[in-house]
Write a protein that binds this ligand. Structure first.
Ligand SMILES: Nc1nc2c(c(=O)[nH]1)N[C@H]1C(S)=C(S)[C@@H](COP(=O)(O)O)O[C@H]1N2
Ligand SMILES: [Mo]
Length: 449
């Protein structure tokens, strides 16, 4: 009996959140009833989950339990698309495919439990075709032109010899990470939280190379070009061509990289040579990099105009029509924390009274000042202990322990705060048509007994 309800509710949640909420909770209640879940709703939900809910008194009304709520690929893709093992040489079969043409795959939160994300688990985001792997990496050609005093054309071999190599562990995050949490659905790949990874990047500082090129007084912005063909195969179109203000290009951690976790940069991650522009949308970290054009104005390449990689300045009506003049380019990424252990849906043996939680948090150009977790729907919070990041733009690993009074259904929530005091919200805010900047708290379902 309970099983049948569970299946149908799960389907209902996949198809129509709002209706599922209405079935479980009754009509969306007025604010005076907030925080109280009525008798029949609670019974239905307990049956659906197959367990008692010890902290049900704290559940906000209209609340979709993490055990039933579906996000990401499930929203758009066929129901079982997310379950298909990912089949790509050198990659973990547990990655979730968000798109095949172009190839896009995210890393489920529980596969981000390593301090340094292994190459096998690192997410993939392409806008165009994947170019063929280069055999002799050191002969790869790269040029800088535009508003500079000395035109620069170098091979990767020359780049390695001429400039001082550096290694930093840094987060690379897709600008659309978190998009799946927008309501109504925003356009683009439905990333949950897995458009992110934290690797050790080896290369040279872009600033050193730009100093050798000699930026002139008109130099204002970069424009990036790479070797990946447009999806259509049309040679006159770029798969992607984004850029950044020269101030960001001159930052100490902005790099030209040829190695990842001590290995030659894999082709799928842009080898032989890519940009690594930490803290800002991943789209700036151009793969298969062949050219940087130094411009006297904001770059206008593929991905720079309209509402691409832009967020609303004044909030707009969710799902409404965008006024392009109300948009600004997304620069630093917002604060985000995730639980990487245990996995969503974990089952602990009956009688377990402690829950050990582990995760990661990061915040664009900022750092993490604290991470809090809750196992009682936000009524009380436990401050996590933080590990010291290795360098700027590294993520902060955190851990926390919560006690569980009884057997039953729990949710663990995590909420990270950046160095400016900005916290993750409960739900995605500042809706925009292409879905940037969604960073609601991450939550997982845990069943004891
Ligand atoms: N040449 C090229 N560079 C690119 C892209 C692309 O499509 N083509 N995608 C960008 C985007 S949107 C992201 S999020 C990152 C993803 O890097 P990864 O595939 O190594 O994880 O690469 C960026 N660099
Ligand atoms: Mo991206």
């Amino acid at each position: 009996m309970a099983r049948r309800i569970e299946r149908s509710l799960q389907e209902l949640y996949q198809d129509d959140h709002e209706r599922a909420d209405a079935v479980i909770f009754g009509r969306v209640p007025d604010s005076s009833r907030r925080g109280f879940l009525g008798g029949t709703g609670l019974a239905t939900m307990g049956a659906a989950i197959g367990a008692a809910i010890p902290f049900s008194r704290n559940m906000p009304a209209g609340f979709a339990p993490a055990a039933l709520a579906q996000g990401g690929a499930a929203k758009d893709a066929p129901k079982d698309a997310k379950r298909q093992p990912f089949n790509f040489p050198g990659k973990d079969p547990g990655l979730s495919i968000l798109g095949e043409k172009p190839l896009v795959a995210e890393t489920p939160e529980h596969l981000l439990n390593d301090d340094t994300t292994p190459l096998a688990k690192f997410f993939i985001r392409n806008n165009g075709q994947i170019p063929e792997a280069v055999k002799d990496a050191d002969s790869w050609k790269f040029a800088i032109d535009g508003e500079i005093n000395n035109k620069l054309a170098l091979t990767l071999g020359e780049l390695k010899k001429r400039f001082q190599p550096v290694t930093f562990r840094m987060v690379l995050e897709c600008g659309g990470n978190g998009r799946a949490s927008f309501e109504p659905t925003a356009r683009g790949n439905q990333w949950t939280n897995g458009g992110v990874g934290c690797a050790e990047w080896t290369g040279v500082r872009l600033a050193d190379v730009l100093r050798a090129a000699g930026l002139n007084e008109r130099a204002k912005y970069t424009g990036h070009y790479g070797a990946d063909p447009h999806l259509s195969g049309d040679a006159s179109r770029e798969a992607l061509s984004r850029g950044m203000p020269v101030q960001k290009a001159m930052e100490e951690h902005t790099m030209l990289v040829w190695a990842m976790n001590g290995e030659p940069l894999p082709n799928i991650h842009g080898g032989p040579l890519r940009l690594m522009v930490p803290g800002w949308p991943g789209s700036l970290s151009h793969k298969w990099l062949s050219r940087i054009w130094i411009r006297d104005r904001e770059h206008d390449g593929q991905g720079m105009t309209g509402t691409s990689y832009r967020v609303a300045i004044r909030p707009m009506v969710p799902g409404g029509k965008a006024d392009d003049s109300n948009f600004r380019i997304l620069e630093s990424m917002p604060v985000r924390g995730i639980i990487t252990n245990p996995e969503n849906g974990a089952r602990l043996p009956a009688g377990s009274r402690a829950l050990a939680l582990r995760g990661a948090a990061w915040a664009g150009d900022s750092g993490i000042s604290r991470v809090d977790v809750s196992v009682d729907y936000g009524a009380t919070w436990i401050q996590a202990s933080l590990e010291r990041p290795r360098n700027l733009y590294d993520w902060t690993r955190w851990s926390a322990a919560a006690s569980l009074p009884l057997d039953g259904y729990y949710e663990a929530w995590v909420r990270a705060t950046d160095n400016e005091g900005r916290m993750q919200p409960h739900v995605a805010g500042n809706w925009n048509p292409q879905g940037y900047g969604a960073n609601p708290m991450h939550r997982i379902a845990v069943l004891v007994g």
